[in-house]
Structure formats: structure tokens, C-alpha cells
Design a protein around this ligand. Structure first.
Ligand code: FES
Length: 279
């Protein structure tokens, strides 16, 4: 039996307030061999499904496995969420995109919001391995929706937690903690990933303090190979493709308004499809 692209484990990380976040361990030996921090895969659940870009959260070259974390948002991610150990993906391509620039920058802040913590965690770990002092800020709407808290704490010197409702950590947004940190000490790099408004405001704040800022963009993707233009973003007024030029960019150079508009373009169609009784 062919086990390539087979799901080996499935763990529901969050199932609360209508939010489901799932962790999959997938048998993908060649991707597990080559992947570097910051890179992603594109997968298809079925022949007619959308292509879903997902960051490689962890890899184990010895076992030939990779870990992906997905939040059910639209039709295809909900279809993915229905798969179980033993099921196989229709297609899986990767590793794609550039790896995170990794060296000892010094004092680094990593900021993750919502499911973005799944992207932030491997970067925080790699920063720590490279000798950086890592301060983490992770945020969620409430305690039930917070993911990878223990994992992030294990790879950072200090971890700050915020929730919108104050059910755990500080009540408020990650940006408030970021501002406090930047006003009291010197940091060399800030890395942020999560909801677009969060990354946008992180970049605005770090711009005020003159701190290099890397953001990981979760653009909509179609082919994932730089051919379709679907993931186009504007960086310093120049068109770039997230799939081949990214997914990480200088947060101070991103045209956030354009990125937000392009990301929301299919929202009404997506919610229409999800209402159809086809799942
Ligand atoms: S997904 Fe088509 S160009 Fe990036």
C-alpha cells in the first residue's frame, strides 16, 4: 500500500466557539528531508478541491513526517478537517517559498495571533537555536482558542499571553504588549504572523521604533508556483508573489490595504459555498 501523503495522526487542538483547529501528522518523506523553517506546502484534499497553503510546523526526517496545523475556515479546510488517520491527501507539494533568514540577530520578539502561532512557533524555535534571546507574544480571542502555549514557552526566554476577553494572560491585544516591550528595551528584530490587522499594526509600531520587522503573509494561492498571480502582493510598490518571493516580507514595505482587499475578495463566495449542503 502506498503510504506517501497518508495522514498518520490527527489531533483537535481547538474545538470551541465555532472554531476548529486541527494538527495533522503526515507521511511525506521527501518534504521532511528538505524543508526549512518558514517554508510551506500546498495540498489538495480532492481532485476538484482548492489548493491549501500551510506552513510546515515541524518535520522529522527520520520518520519521514511533517506536521501541519489548519484552522477550518472555508469549504476545503472543512473537507480537510474531516479526514482521519489512514486517509490520504489527493496531492501535496513542497517545500515551497523561501526559508526564514536565520542567524543570531540578538534580541528578537516573535508575535503570533490565532492560528498564526502555528507559523510563529517553528520560527521562535529556530531563532532560539541560532542563539537569539527570544521573547514571545501570543494572542487569541479567548483561552479556549489559544494554541501551542507550552511549545512556545519551551523555546522562548519570556512568553507574554494576551486574550481579547482576558480569560488568560493580559486582556487586550498583542500590540499593547509589543509597545510596552519596545519602549523599555532594545530589540533587533520583530517577527509577526497572524490576522492581517495585527501584522499591519505590529509593523506600524515597529516602524516608529525603527526595528526590522518580518511578516509571514497568508495570501490566497491558486497554483503556488508563481504562474497565476493569485497571491500577488505589493512590496515597496513592486508586485511580488507570496508563493515564490515570500511568504515572508519586510513588514514596513507591505501595502497592507491592498493585501487586505485581495485577501477578502472571495469571502462572500466562500461563505455561500460553505452554506451548501455538500460537505
Ligand atoms: S499562487 Fe499563483 S502566483 Fe502564487
Amino acid at each position: 500500500m502506498v503510504s506517501f501523503m497518508k495522514i498518520l495522526q490527527k489531533e483537535i487542538l481547538v474545538d470551541a466557539n465555532g472554531v476548529r483547529i486541527i494538527k495533522f501528522t503526515i507521511h511525506a518523506p521527501s518534504i521532511a528531508q528538505k524543508a526549512q523553517v518558514g517554508q510551506f506546502v500546498v495540498l489538495m484534499v480532492s481532485e476538484v478541491g482548492e489548493r491549501i497553503p500551510l506552513t510546515i510546523v515541524e518535520r522529522d526526517p527520520t520518520k519521514g513526517t511533517i506536521i501541519l496545523i489548519v484552522q477550518e475556515i472555508g469549504f476545503s479546510t472543512k473537507l480537510l478537517g474531516k479526514l482521519n488517520p489512514g486517509d490520504s491527501l489527493y496531492a501535496l507539494v513542497g517545500p515551497l517559498g523561501h526559508a526564514t533568514e536565520m542567524k543570531n540577530f540578538g534580541n528578537v520578539i516573535v508575535v503570533g495571533g490565532g492560528v498564526g502561532v502555528a507559523v510563529m512557533y517553528p520560527v521562535a524555535k529556530a531563532f532560539q537555536d541560532a542563539g537569539n534571546t527570544v521573547t514571545a507574544i501570543i494572542g487569541a480571542k479567548s483561552k479556549d482558542l489559544l494554541i501551542l502555549k507550552n511549545e512556545v514557552e519551551a523555546v522562548s526566554s519570556t512568553t507574554h499571553i494576551t486574550t481579547d476577553d482576558g480569560t488568560v494572560g493580559r486582556k487586550g491585544f498583542v500590540t499593547e504588549v509589543l509597545k510596552d516591550l519596545l519602549s523599555t528595551a532594545h530589540y533587533n528584530v520583530v517577527y509577526a504572523v497572524g490576522p492581517i490587522p495585527m501584522m499591519k499594526f505590529v509593523s506600524r509600531i515597529t516602524h516608529e521604533y525603527g526595528v526590522k520587522t518580518i511578516v509571514s503573509l497568508n495570501s490566497l494561492m491558486i497554483d503556488g508556483t508563481g504562474m497565476c498571480g493569485g497571491c500577488r502582493v505589493s512590496i515597496n510598490a513592486t508586485s511580488k508573489f507570496t508563493c515564490v518571493d515570500g511568504p515572508e516580507f519586510d513588514g514596513h514595505a507591505v501595502d497592507w490595504d491592498m493585501f487586505e482587499k485581495r485577501t477578502n475578495i472571495y469571502k462572500s463566495k466562500e461563505s455561500h459555498i460553505c452554506k451548501l449542503d455538500t460537505l
